[in-house]
Design a protein around this ligand. Sequence first.
Ligand SMILES: Cc1cc2nc3c(=O)[nH]c(=O)nc-3n(C[C@H](O)[C@H](O)[C@H](O)COP(=O)(O)OP(=O)(O)OC[C@H]3O[C@@H](n4cnc5c(N)ncnc54)[C@H](O)[C@@H]3O)c2cc1C
Length: 525
Amino acid sequence: MDQFDIIVIGGGSAGSAAAGRLSEDGRRRVCLLEAGGSNDTIRVKTPGFMPFIPEASNWRFETVPQKGLNGRLGYQPRGRGLGGSSAINAMVYIRGNRFDYDQWAALGCIGWSYDDVLPYFRRAEHNERGADAFHGGDGPLNVMDQRWPNPGSKAFVASAAALQLGANPDFNGAAQDGFGLYQVTQKDGERWSAARAYLTPRPNLTIRTGALVERLVIEEGRVTGVAVRFGGQQEVLRASGGVVLSAGAFGSPQILMLSGIGPAAHLSGQGIPVALHREAVGSDLQDHIDYVSSWETQSRDFFGDSLAGTWRMAKAVIEHRFKRTGIMTTCFAEGGGFWRTSADVPAADIQYHFVPAMLEDHGREKVKGHGFSIHACVLRPESRGTVRLASSDPAAAPAIDPNFLDDPRDIAVLRKGVRLSHRIAEAPPLSDYKPKDRYPIDLDNDAELDALIRERADTVYHPVGTCRMGSDDFSVVDPTLKARGIDGLWIADASVMPRLVSGNTNAPSIMIGERAADFVKAALA
Ligand SMILES: Cc1cc2nc3c(=O)[nH]c(=O)nc-3n(C[C@H](O)[C@H](O)[C@H](O)COP(=O)(O)OP(=O)(O)OC[C@H]3O[C@@H](n4cnc5c(N)ncnc54)[C@H](O)[C@@H]3O)c2cc1C
């Protein structure tokens, strides 16, 4: 039986940050348990290989049938292996809006206002543009400008400017609104996952991959270890100081429920003895519903499936192997913007991602020819869903129900977002490519547009909220990320966000991992 001071479950964005920080002063024996592998392969590290990431690095979940999406099953990719979702994501570096964190604080997350979290974003970050009041200069997470943005991505930004939408060279600076090229979590032209940033080899940091955590070991109201499966073998690992649960927005509530912590009636229905009734475990699921408009072009500037495209990619792979430059450094979601659908919203409520390729079904369906896509997503959705156990088998996928478009306010916002995507595509210089809309409809007709949205919209991969933080008795963790009603347990990942942030969720998850390390250190001092 192995004995540690702290066990961190999940080597993803937050778990890597937490384990790295908890082990860096050498004073604690830290064990990081990760179900997947090391992810140390060129298919993960080369940004442009994102469509070819190994299947073993992705849980490839599906949702239950979505009423709001004509009964379709949504796709929910999640990273598996060191780096977690930061090893398969689009590398866009965005923190969200000041409003989000001030709202968290107003909801009871004392100590999580924007001014409270900014030092942790800065501490995490090494921005190659240099440090300033908003950015860090010597953190482990490398952030850089894109090495080779596609000419079409620059045209997207120029088309937005032609509509007087305003340029923004730094979405993580003083103001978020506007359009520009995203900064990326890359270093020297390679993907810079949270694992590469934080998991420095150290004698006091044990990293075990291929370790599927089945449940927490709870003794007299305290988490004292974890039961884990390595291949066919089951083991119990002990943690004298406690456990940090960082298995992500689906994995963390699943492990809690398998351990008897969650909605009592649901657990009983699964035949799991109830250790702690907590209705909020697996509840409050929020995710960014997203619609991808897509256009075909004659221009081969864009990525595409053609002889010329394949030849260009082959040369680019060689260039990248030797110099780490060229089109294989693409993050695909190269350009973007934040836009308010009305003057009275507190912050942008639509985010755009411009992709210099025609996307269909999350890139899983090959599209012949060349072209581009514009994602529009609803930044602060009102719909709420759940994660529940589909089975008491820890190796089974959980039942994920984002309940997309349940609240009519979400589709009303999305409609406006999609209409603007099309206005941008029709403005010069993007219009000079003579883009041909792949799904032409009468965009001014609400019923037609709603039908198309319900037929094609899905996630842009930002599920949160399933172990919500708060100061109320019903929240899962308190504002120091400690689980309520049970000792020796902290939760640190996207699941603790009480509200979805207005942006991508990797940097916020890393910030949460950074903070968890400080809270655990303080509690154990
Ligand atoms: C395809 C895709 C594109 C994205 N693009 C972007 C982007 O461009 N920018 C951005 O900011 N965000 C992006 N995101 C979202 C962002 O990456 C995630 O929100 C963030 O990484 C979540 O961090 P986390 O720590 O909560 O969970 P994760 O990083 O998902 O980590 C959870 C870890 O726990 C492990 N785990 C789960 N269950 C168990 C178990 N039972 N036992 C052991 N280990 C377990 C998992 O294997 C995983 O490694 C994207 C996500 C995806 C999937």
